[in-house]
Design a protein around this ligand. Structure first.
Ligand code: C2G
Length: 134
């Protein structure tokens, strides 16, 4: 049983997230998604999510590639998560390339290519401009 883990906010879930989750799951048999809490997002990423943690968790749990969703409350929990969940492979999009190489001591670290042109920020911008045009 190969166990994979990935982290993120996953607000306004979109096909870029799905592409990441599908490829992450393909690297093993069990995928743990560590979902940023509302507090962590605000305190550490200055991100105000459209959907609450519970709503984002519900959306992720409906995805066939996702086996478990747990909260991300701080930057430091990755080492203990990898140990506690017996993780073989840590996966992130390549916008984080190199940032988590310290985990190579505990598990395989894989950075996957981001899906270009789509992001939560872009969705919000596009919706705002559509609204403005009426
Ligand atoms: N992603 C992607 N393609 C996109 C957008 C996002 O592959 N077009 C990937 C990101 O690289 C990340 C995952 O989807 O691996 C989740 O993206 P975010 O919700 O933006 O996650 P982020 O805010 O980067 O949080 O401790 C790590 C952080 O929690 C990561």
């Amino acid at each position: 049983m190969k166990r994979v883990i990935t982290y993120g906010t996953f607000d306004l879930l979109h096909y870029g997230h799905i592409n990441l989750l599908r490829r992450a799951k393909a690297l093993g048999d069990y995928l743990v998604v560590v979902l940023s809490s509302d507090e962590f997002n605000w305190r550490e990423k200055h991100k105000k999510c459209y959907f609450t943690y519970e709503e984002r968790k519900q959306l992720l749990e409906a995805i066939r590639y996702v086996d478990l969703v747990i909260p991300e409350n701080n930057w430091e929990q990755k080492r203990s998560d990898v140990k506690e969940y017996h993780i073989n492979t840590f996966v992130m999009g390549d916008d984080w390339e190199g940032k988590f190489d310290f985990l190579k001591e505990y598990c395989e670290v894989v950075y996957l290519e981001r899906t270009p042109e789509i992001s939560t920020t872009q969705i919000k911008k596009d919706l705002n401009s559509m609204e403005a045009k009426g």
